[in-house]
Each structure stands twice: as structure tokens, then as C-alpha cells.
Design a protein around this ligand. Structure first.
Ligand code: GDG
Length: 481
């Protein structure tokens, strides 16, 4: 029986330490929560970093024992590797470059060496634990070199790779000093998956131009095998959001959580009060300053909404050791302060700003209460928040304003689409969302719900795995010719 090994930078669980006691908690984030049920149901093994640096052999053994109960195996990293591989090459080189932020992209041999070393360590852990003919599913930009290392040392394995962020155009990727190594790393896979057709197209064009391989119908022809490239737009656990949102909404007001009661009080304190919601990691790709400027423009242009509308902005701390993230935090703090200072009243803040994460229950309360979701990334591989908002709108009372730069925009044509760099247009889109008639709003939401419900996270994982499995036969046809 072939088994599946999943690997990603982070495990779906993380280990924390309180005094001397270690405990295990689920990791947040779309990939972890989404794939976890697939992982459990299919008896796979998940290999990744457990989120802690053990201080002794004994501690490392404890961590291993704890994560093993969740069918996980740890890859340990020390402080220096985390700084150069994770904060460095992953988040100060690949992340900005792949999101078209060339001005933030750092090139450092030291980062690159650490990246190679960690990819090697992940691959070796997989090799040490893989049985003959196992399947391996590698995730995301932190592990681009893993497929090739596996291919060289364990050609018996079937290797799939999925990229969660955009793959940029050739003109961007060519800037990278290690561009050939990165593409060759990926070509170790049998199947490479992307969220959208455009990312797949950019990848194929880079393969042709940088390495000169022949490509026929999304199949890259190497000397002795083919690499299959395909599109798998990641979905969410639709049922979970739909069910939790129904439960939350049917609770009597007095039984609701404190956060939910605050939201209720806010909405009921004045007739026709409205809430606009945005949720994202505090990341420069998410277009947070542009969104705030658009909201300010909206308040200037449509003063009838003063005191009537607030923007609840949940920004989750992220990569706080990287300089650009610290600068962004300052910029956002200043903008929020200046908007609230300019327009606020004693009993009303235009922007309600949280810089922290919240439990899922509160997230769903926010989704289900918000009249508008304003999601305006400058670049985003997919954007699962948009899909979660849609799934939580059990009564279809909500409008999605979505950046055309998010991968999700390709599937959500009924959303109000904006170019997030166009501040005036985004302000008008907010107005349009708030004034949309009931029928139009319900129809758009229903159509999007139908689509997102059908292609959910389970379907996504199953389709990818089905495709990966089918590459085995296709490869042997290729050999036979
Ligand atoms: C990358 C790509 C791609 C957020 N705040 C809280 C919280 N979240 C959860 C959301 C959602 C996830 O985090 C965020 O997912 P996104 O897709 O929106 O964005 P990234 O983190 O940038 O993810 C992205 C994704 O990978 C998957 O391929 O879509 O383009 O950049 O699930 O619900 N969860 C909780 N509290 C919070 O405060 N519990």
C-alpha cells in the first residue's frame, strides 16, 4: 500500500512551552486547517517544523513524541537557520519577489546557503521515513528544492508540489541569482500545481526560457520523464464555516460571545449602521495602507456615512522580525490614528483596529455580521478569507469587494472587483457595496456560495492526489514510447 507523506514548512500542530511543561496546539492558517482532515482520514505522515527550538536532546525527544501522536514528524531548526532560511531566503527573497515587490527583495549568499541546507534536511527526513513507492506532497515556497533532491535519491517516489503563492512572470523570476536552481528544484516533481492558470502559464514560460525544455499541453518534457503542470484553486472547509455560522446566528443574544455582543450593540445603536470587515496577516502584499486610504476617501466623498459605517480591521501579526513588516506596522498605526483623529466622534470610531489574532469563533462572528468584506491585496496567491466570508453568509446578507490581484478573483466573478491601487475607484466600490439592492446582493452571494461549496478543500486535495496518482501511468507510457 502506498502511503502519503505531506511536507510543509510548518506542521499542522505546534509545540509551546509554559514553564517546563510542553503542550501541543493546532497551527492557524488555511493550509494547516484545510489539509488536516485529509491528513487524518488518509493516514498520511506530515513532516515539518514544530514551531519550537528544543533546548536539549531530551526536549527534542519530547517534541517528537508529542507530534507523533498527530501522525507528524518534526524537522528541527536552530535560531540561525530560522533567521537565514525562514526570515531570510523565504521571506526576504522569495516572498517579495514572487509577489512583485522587487524593491524589497534581498539577495544574500548566506540566505541561499541556509535555504539549501534546510531543504536538504527536509528531504532527508522524508527519505528516511518513506517506504518504497510512497507518494510525497510538498507544499509551498519554503521547499522549492525538495522535489529535485527526492528525485535524485529516491526515484521510486511519486512527487507532487503545490505553490500557495503566485508564480511571477519570467521578467520577475529572471532577476533572481538562483533562478535556474529554483526551477530545476521544482522540476523534480511529477506534478506541479498552482492556484490559477496565469501562475501555471508564467511557470511554463520561465521553464522554456531559462532551461529550454520542450513543453506540450502543460507537460514539460525532460530527457527521461515528463513533469505535469496543472491548476487546482484551493478551497476551504465550506461545511465547517457554514455550520458554525448557522449555529452562531441562531444563538439568543444573551448567549453570544462578548465579541459578538459588542458587534450587536454597535450595529443596533443607530438605525442603518453598517460594518465593513477586513482580515489579513499584516503583510505588505495585502494592500492595507491602500485600503485605509480608500476608506478615508470614501468618508470624504460620502459624508452621509459618517457615524453610520465602521471598518473593522483585523490584522494578524506576522514575520515581526523582518524589517519591512515593522515599517508597515508603523505606517498602518499612523494611518488608522489619522483617520480616527480626523473623522471620529465621541461615540464612533471609523476604523476599529485589532493587531492580534482571534479564535475562529470570533472570526466567524465577524464574517457573519459584516455587511461588506473589503479584501484588497496588491498580490495574493488565492485569499482564503474571501471564501470563508462567502461560506459564513448563511443568509446571503453580504457583499464582497475583492481585489482583482487575488487568485480568488478568478473564481469569484460576482464580487465587486477593484484595482487596489485605484483609491478613488475602491472608495466608490465601498459605496456601491453599501447601496446594492437586496436582490442583486443575494443573487451574487448565492452564485458564489454554490461554486465555493462544490470545489471545497476536500475536493481540492482529492483532485490533486488523483492527478498525482495518474502521473505514474502517464510516466510509464512515456518510457514505453
Ligand atoms: C497563503 C497565501 C493563499 C486569519 N486571521 C486569523 C485566522 N486567519 C486565517 C484565515 C485564513 C488564513 O488565516 C489566511 O489565509 P489567506 O489565504 O487569506 O492568506 P495567507 O495567510 O497569506 O496564505 C494565500 C493561502 O496561502 C492558501 O494557499 O490563499 O494567497 O498568501 O484561513 O481564516 N484564523 C484565526 N484567527 C485569526 O485571527 N483562527
Amino acid at each position: 500500500m502506498t502511503r502519503l507523506i505531506i511536507t510543509s514548512n510548518r506542521l499542522p500542530v505546534k509545540i509551546d512551552k509554559n514553564d517546563d511543561e510542553m503542550y501541543i496546539t493546532p497551527s492557524a492558517g488555511g493550509l494547516a486547517t484545510g489539509l488536516k482532515s485529509y491528513h487524518k482520514a488518509n493516514n498520511s505522515v506530515w513532516i515539518g517544523w514544530p514551531g519550537i527550538i528544543p533546548e536539549s536532546e531530551e526536549e527534542a525527544e519530547k517534541v517528537t513524541a508529542l507530534v507523533k501522536r498527530e501522525q507528524c514528524l518534526p524537522v528541527f531548526l536552530d535560531e540561525e537557520l530560522i533567521s537565514n532560511y525562514y526570515d531570510g531566503f523565504s521571506n526576504a527573497t522569495l516572498w517579495p519577489l514572487f509577489h512583485y515587490f522587487t524593491e524589497f527583495t534581498e539577495f544574500s549568499e548566506e540566505y541561499w546557503e541556509a535555504y539549501r541546507k534546510v531543504n536538504e534536511r527536509f528531504a532527508q527526513t522524508i527519505i528516511d521515513n518513506a517506504k518504497e513507492n510512497d507518494q510525497v506532497w510538498v507544499h509551498d515556497y519554503q521547499l522549492l528544492l525538495v522535489p529535485q533532491i527526492l528525485r535524485e535519491r529516491r526515484p521510486d517516489l511519486t512527487i507532487g508540489f503545490f505553490l500557495h503563492i503566485p508564480f511571477p512572470s519570467y521578467e520577475i523570476i529572471r532577476i533572481l541569482p538562483w533562478r535556474e536552481e529554483i526551477i530545476e528544484g521544482l522540476l523534480g516533481a511529477d506534478l506541479i500545481g498552482f492556484h490559477t492558470y496565469d501562475y501555471a502559464r508564467h511557470f511554463i514560460s520561465s521553464v522554456k526560457r531559462l532551461l529550454g525544455h520542450d513543453v506540450e499541453f502543460s507537460q514539460i518534457k525532460l530527457d527521461n520523464r515528463k513533469v505535469f503542470v496543472d491548476v487546482f484553486p484551493m478551497g476551504i472547509d465550506y461545511k465547517k464555516f457554514d455550520q458554525l455560522a448557522s449555529e452562531i446566528q441562531s444563538k439568543p443574544i444573551q448567549d453570544r460571545s462578548p465579541v459578538h455582543q459588542d458587534i450587536d450593540r454597535f450595529l443596533m445603536s443607530m438605525p442603518n449602521r453598517k460594518l465593513i470587515l477586513s482580515i489579513d496577516r499584516l503583510d505588505y502584499t495585502k494592500g492595507i495602507p491602500q485600503r485605509l486610504k480608500a476608506f478615508r476617501h470614501f468618508l470624504q466623498k460620502y459624508p452621509e456615512y459618517l457615524e453610520k459605517v465602521s471598518l473593522i480591521m483585523l490584522t494578524v501579526p506576522s514575520r515581526t522580525d523582518v524589517e519591512q513588516y515593522q515599517n508597515l506596522k508603523n505606517e498602518v498605526d499612523i494611518l488608522v490614528g489619522s483617520i480616527n483623529g480626523e473623522f471620529g466622534r465621541l461615540n464612533w470610531n471609523p476604523v476599529i483596529y485589532f493587531y492580534r489574532s482571534m479564535p475562529l469563533e470570533n472570526l466567524i462572528e465577524l464574517y457573519s455580521s459584516a455587511d461588506v468584506a473589503l479584501l484588497t491585496p496588491l498580490r495574493d496567491g488565492m485569499n482564503l478569507v474571501a471564501k470563508e466570508y462567502i461560506a459564513s453568509k448563511v443568509k446571503q446578507r453580504g457583499v464582497l469587494v475583492l481585489s482583482e490581484m487575488a487568485g480568488a478573483a478568478k473564481e469569484l466573478g460576482e464580487a465587486i472587483s477593484v484595482n487596489p491601487n485605484n483609491i478613488a475607484d475602491t472608495a466608490d466600490a465601498i459605496y456601491h457595496a453599501l447601496t446594492m439592492d437586496d436582490e442583486e446582493r443575494t443573487k451574487a452571494m448565492r452564485t458564489m456560495q454554490k461554486r465555493i461549496r462544490r470545489y471545497d478543500i476536500h475536493k481540492w486535495a482529492n483532485e490533486f492526489m488523483k492527478s498525482l496518482t495518474s502521473t505514474v501511468d502517464k510516466q510509464s507510457d512515456y518510457h514505453a514510447r
